[in-house]
Design a protein around this ligand. Sequence first.
Ligand code: SF4
Length: 469
Amino acid sequence: MKKYSGHKIKSVDPGSIADQLELEPGDVLLTINGQEVEDIFDYQYKLNNDRVTVEVLKKNGEDWELDIENDYSDLGLNFENGLMSDYRSCSNDCVFCFIDQMPPGMRDTLYFKDDDSRLSFLQGNYVTLTNMSDHDLQRIITFHLAPINISVHTTNPELRCRMLHNRFAGEALKKIDTLYEADTPMNGQIVLCPGINDGEELERTIRDLTKYVPVMQSLSVVPVGVTKFRNGLYPLRCLTPEEAGRTIDQIERWQKKIYAEHGIHFVQASDEFYLLAGRPLPEAERYDGYIQLENGVGMLRLQHEEAASALEPLRDDGKKEKVTIATGLLAAPYIEKIAKAVMARFPGREIRVIPVKNRYFGSQITVSGLLTGQDIRDALLSLDLGNRLLLPCSMFRSGEEVFLDDMTRTELSDALGVRVDIVPEGGDSLVEAMLSPVRKNLPGENPYEPEDGGVPEPGENTGRRNPAE
Ligand code: SF4
């Protein structure tokens, strides 16, 4: 028998084909149709057949070969490694890499530099294409995986090599052509570094990428994040308000042109540009359906719209409560506007918004998602916080109640002597959390559904962040 390392089964869905075939946790999937399984996408592709032969190494050492009529359905197997493969790390050394600017002593996983196209399809990560082989590219096309999110940064090959510190980074741009020719939906991203890829270089990049519209469906421009831990790194600075304003003008010029030709705006400046330049946020229609929310593009506009429609049908219930919301400096003025609208409709509610300065990473970092528990604790320690403290879920590790510095929600709650509620994503959730305690907020569940007799407690959150770029 040929030896395969295989994929260890973590669980079997009750009632599934695998369950009926008496497969169990601890068994190892060796092959499908006599071939090894490369990863989760290869697994799904190989299963997409009305008849498959699956070879399994049972816990007791027996080798089972199962002929399965699976009617194109999932077998009901879950594997210990969800990707069914190791994560691929990046081969770059980008001048703007956020991970290089993180303080020492944080949990190991935060320092992992992934650049794995499979994570683009599974969780929306952006990839540079520099470590993608022709085999990987072909698989994306064959398996019809989409959309692929690409960190372009610049279309100037020589500049891309310098920015990514990788001599293959310019050449890697040709893979965009291959994806385009195969009609693979793409999204692009540019981390804008003043004096490097802005101005004329940005002009060139947008112009070059418009030829991929509408297969490339969006292009976000986000400002580089600079922490206080840049010792020994390439000299980088944040954008000034004037530079942010000029970039907005440049992008909005392109939006008009591209909209006239293709009916989409395509290129968008992230919310940070508008806040930094002191400009009003674009109207909702300009975001083409909010394709790049995870990059902070249109998040504040959407939150505002969602909050307004959630508030619209509500009427004062006469209740009185004082609550506090802590948030990053960036979003604070917008949260404040929503709080004022809620207080106008519910006069008994007192909602105080506290912008928290990021001392951990440095004051230039103003997003809520990079605030730590200790900064929040220090900022709020001497304040009267009322009945509850509300915190956006973006401050917490996805699916957990843990801040970036490993402080937990409970530890913060104990330190401040106040109940801490984690507010799920969305302006509607924010309005609801302002008005009533957040219940268990597991992803996919309605956090406000009444629970019989249980004390409402916030639980896992759905916040996501991609601090790498
Ligand atoms: S920014 Fe991304 S691709 Fe560049 S070095 Fe950091 S993790 Fe790697």
